[in-house]
Design a protein around this ligand. Structure first.
Ligand SMILES: Nc1ncnc2c1ncn2[C@@H]1O[C@H](COP(=O)(O)OP(=O)(O)OP(=O)(O)O)[C@@H](O)[C@H]1O
Length: 576
């Protein structure tokens, strides 16, 4: 039972146990609501007989008053436990779910966090988890409890009078059948609606991320038109979904309501033939006026359960994403990076890297060159386990990096990529990301080495200046130098550089080249560069084209070979 709930609703063991408790308390509460009706009947029955027999029995009334007070207290206690189990415990479970999702996020491959996925992931953690929390506190225990209550009442009524039991309950399977038939259909509608909604979140996120581009290319109108059409589509699906689900629910309600006239007419008939007495007739009338409410509750909440299914499916999907684990103690004997017959693809069927083998030695600069889209960045990212590969092995100091915890592994890397991410905080904090416990002096030293110090001093508040969302107040070259300063500060044994000096002017570039040559001494350096001047001092060149390695060797060897590298060098010198 606990396992069932765990699997069904992607819950922890504690969460499943709490849910079961909550259901039991809700059943007790529902049944306890019926007790006052029974008590009133009993009271009326006895009181009437007192009146009819003309006997004077005040004790009897006192007895009922005491019973009522006692029962009131019992109901209060039951309601307290029910509330506690349905709300407090469910919120605790919800907190656990969020923590576990966040933990999954921490373990996802780094490169997983593409723009699209961020909107999707944050909506799963915040929105989906909130919806699930609401459904679990308000609806799920209620549904199970209502089903159990109706079952218990059904059994009692069946043994009381089976003929009237049929009059009360014949409508239930008919209404349930309508629901069952519509279920698959509703599932599809909800799934579609959810996809359309995610599509809109992605579009909005994309708009926020590329606001500059949209404005500078005059694409605002096109963007808004596109978003509007997506919103219209959402509205269309929403209305269609609501109308259809509403129609099914109402049809089931109407069918259920036929139960009451059945009891009235059939009961009256049985009464007239003397098969039942007036008391039985009244009991069934009262019960049939009440019993359809929990059944309607179930039906009402059933649509919500379908909605919940879609969200839980998404949650399970996220839990099932490829987590990256590994050992947290990692002391390689050296920092050579080696690729052995590596295959990799971002999507099934599109192979990005094919049978790649090469070695980037410690103390050497290995330059990755080749035509755009050939796979250079992918290769650099794989060397830091941004993704896990499909075939082959990548080693660091002879150890397979797929067996090492990504966070532990990354301690050994300083990465300077083209797309620098800066945070809306001070310059000093942005550089300190390289080494959290660095002193101000260390930060300034790194900034000087990366040729940042001069421009930082010209900012209004120097190192304490806030640099805006993703460093919008800085130029491209300044942003890149900040990211180089971070790498300098981190001073890790492996350096990954992706066109690190691309947006620098010649003067700054040569200054940074000098600083970089200091930084990379005795380190493993993997550099991606389009400009041949940048790689002429490399120890080794690896030429990648269409995901395969075409040439490897020293710059002079490759120039002699007269292959791709030689022609790239020639083309660039001609054009410059
Ligand atoms: N996150 C991703 N998801 C799917 N495909 C990707 C992803 N990143 C890159 N690709 C694809 O993988 C191939 C190699 O891309 P990669 O960025 O590694 O090439 P590159 O040689 O570094 O190119 P460039 O010199 O233009 O930066 C390209 O076809 C690219 O479209």
């Amino acid at each position: 039972m606990i396992r069932y709930f765990q699997n069904r609703y992607a819950m922890s063991e504690k969460g499943a146990k709490d849910l079961i408790k909550s259901i039991i308390w809700t059943v007790i509460l529902e049944i306890s609501f019926m007790v006052p009706v029974v008590l009133s009947f009993k009271f009326l029955d006895e009181y009437m007989s007192v009146l009819l027999n003309n006997s004077n029995s005040k004790d009897s009334i006192l007895y009922y008053v005491i019973m009522s007070i006692a029962f009131f207290i019992v109901m209060f206690v039951i309601a307290y436990f029910q509330y506690n189990s349905a709300y407090t415990k469910i919120y605790e479970e919800s907190a656990r779910t969020r923590i576990s999702l966040a933990e999954t996020l921490r373990k996802l491959p780094l490169a997983f966090f593409g723009k699209k996925d961020i909107a999707d992931l944050s909506s799963t953690i915040m929105e989906d988890a909130t919806q699930i929390e609401l459904l679990f506190s308000h609806s799920v225990p209620q549904i199970y409890a209502s089903i159990l209550t109706v079952l218990v009442m059904g059994v009692l009524l069946f043994f009381y009078n089976w003929k009237l039991f049929i009059a009360v309950f014949w409508v239930v399977p008919v209404a349930a059948l309508v629901f069952y038939l519509s279920r698959k259909f509703q599932d599809r509608v909800q799934s579609k609606l959810y996809d359309v909604k995610r599509d809109i979140s992605d579009k909005i996120q994309e708009g926020l991320d590329s606001a500059h581009e949209i404005k500078s290319y005059n694409r605002e109108e096109a963007y808004v038109d596109n978003l509007n059409s997506k919103l219209d589509n959402y509205e269309k699906h929403m209305i269609k979904g609501e109308l259809l689900i509403g129609a099914f629910i109402n049809l089931s309600y109407v069918l259920l309501k036929l139960g009451l006239p059945s009891v009235i007419f059939y009961g009256a008939y049985l009464l007239s033939t003397g098969s039942i007495n007036i008391f039985t007739y009244l009991v069934f009338l009262v019960v049939s006026a009440r019993i359809y409410n929990p059944i309607m509750d179930v039906m009402n909440n059933f649509a919500l359960l379908i909605y919940l299914n879609v969200r839980i499916k998404r949650m399970k999907e996220m839990n099932g994403m490829p987590r990256q684990d590994g050992k947290t103690q990692f002391y390689p004997k050296n920092y050579d990076i080696e690729f052995n017959n590596v295959d990799f693809s971002y999507q099934d069927g599109v192979q990005t890297l094919k049978n790649v083998s090469f070695k980037a030695k410690q103390g050497e600069v290995t330059a990755l060159v080749g035509p755009s889209g050939g796979g250079k960045s992918t290769l650099a990212k794989l060397s830091a386990r941004f993704w896990d590969i499909d075939k082959g092995v990548i080693t660091l100091g002879g150890e397979d990096i797929s067996k090492v915890d990504p966070e532990t592994l990354l301690n050994n890397y300083s990465i300077v990529f083209q797309d620098v991410t800066l945070f809306n905080s001070s310059v000093i904090d942005n550089i300190r990301i390289g080494k959290k416990d660095a002193t101000d002096e260390e930060v300034i030293k790194a900034a000087k080495l990366a040729r940042c110090h001069e421009f930082i001093n010209t900012l209004p508040e120097g190192y304490d200046t806030l640099i805006g969302e993703n460093g919008e107040k800085l130029s491209g070259g300044e942003r890149q130098r900040i990211s180089i300063a971070r790498a300098m500060l981190k001073d890790a044994p492996i350096i990954l550089l992706d066109e690190a000096t691309a947006s620098l002017d010649t003067e700054n570039e040569s200054k940074i080249q000098n600083a970089l040559s200091e930084l990379i001494k005795n380190k493993t350096v993997l550099i991606i560069a389009h400009r041949m001047r940048t790689v002429s001092g490399a120890d080794k060149i690896v030429v990648i084209k269409d995901g395969s390695i075409e040439e490897t060797g020293t710059p002079s060897q490759l120039k002699e070979q007269q292959g791709i590298f030689a022609s790239m060098v020639e083309t660039q010198y001609k054009s410059s």
